[in-house]
Design a protein around this ligand. Sequence first.
Ligand SMILES: Nc1ncnc2c1ncn2[C@@H]1O[C@H](COP(=O)(O)OP(=O)(O)OP(=O)(O)O)[C@@H](O)[C@H]1O
Length: 288
Amino acid sequence: MVDLIAKPRGRRAAGPPPRLDALAGYLETKPAAALQADNISAWFGDRKVLDRVSLTMPAGQVTALIGPSGCGKSTFLRILNRMHELIPIAKLSGEVRIGNEDIYAPGMRVTDARKRIGMVFQKPNPFPAMSIYENTISALPLTGVKASRAEKDFLVEEALKKASLWDEVKDRLHQPGGGLSGGQQQRLCIARAMALTPEILLMDEPASALDPSSTRRIEDTIAELRGEVTIVIVTHNMQQAHRISDQCAFFLASHNTPGVIVEHGATEAIFNAPRDQRTEDYVNGRFG
Ligand SMILES: Nc1ncnc2c1ncn2[C@@H]1O[C@H](COP(=O)(O)OP(=O)(O)OP(=O)(O)O)[C@@H](O)[C@H]1O
C-alpha cells in the first residue's frame, strides 16, 4: 500500500484525504519537465510552414510564442503534443524531447505523450452536457487507472483548485459544465488537463475569447501553475506575454516563406532590449 500523503505535489485538498492507492503512480511527484524542440520543420501538403525551429522550454517556466498571424505558432504548439500528425496532409521533421525522451520515438505511443503534455485551446471546449465533476476527470480513462469514488473526489478537488475554480463550483459539481461562464469553462478545461498531472501544459490563445476579467483569472491561474508545470502559451496579446511569461519566442514568416524563430530569450530582454529590429517593431505594435 502506498501512502501518497507523504509525497504531495501542488496544493492539496482540505480535510483528511482518502487513501489513494489506485492513484499512486498517477499522483506521485512528477516535477515539471523541460521541453526541447530541435530543428522542427513542418508541411501541409507541399507547403512548408516551419523551417528548422529549435527552442528550449525550461522546466517550470512559462514560454510565450508570439508573432503575426500565420507564422506557424499553433502548428509548432501542436507538434509539441503530436496533434500535427492528426491532419492527413501534415508532415514534420525534427525532434521533440521531454527531458531525455523523444516523444516521436517509435516506442512512444501518442496517448503516453498526451498524458504528459496537456493542452488547452482557444475556445473553451468542455463537454457541455457532462457535469463539472465528470468533465474534470473525463480524461482519466486514458491513464487506465481505476479510481474509487473517494479517489475521484480527491482528484476533482485537486484539479479544480489548481485551475482556481474550486471555490466557485464546489457546491454545484454535478451540474453541467455547459452552464458555466466562458471564463469558468476555460478554467474547467485547465482543470481537465491538470487532472492528468501533466509535466507540460500547452495553451493556444486560452484567453482570446474571454472578457478582461476572465482573462485576468486565466493569467492568475497560469501564475499559480508556474513552477509546477512547464507552460507554453501562444498569445497575440503583447501585454499578456509580458505579464505572464519568463521567456518569449518571436516567430515570423515573411513573404510566404516558412515560419522561423527570429529571436527568443528572457521576456524582459525581448520587450526592452530586443536584438532584432523586427522583434522590436512587432512587440511595439508596428506590424502584425
Ligand atoms: N490544417 C491546415 N491545412 C493547411 N494549412 C494549414 C493548416 N493549418 C494551418 N495551416 C497553414 O499553416 C500556416 C501556419 O498556420 P498556424 O495556424 O500555425 O499559424 P499561427 O501563427 O498560429 O497563426 P494564428 O496566429 O493566426 O493562429 C498558415 O499559413 C496556415 O494557413
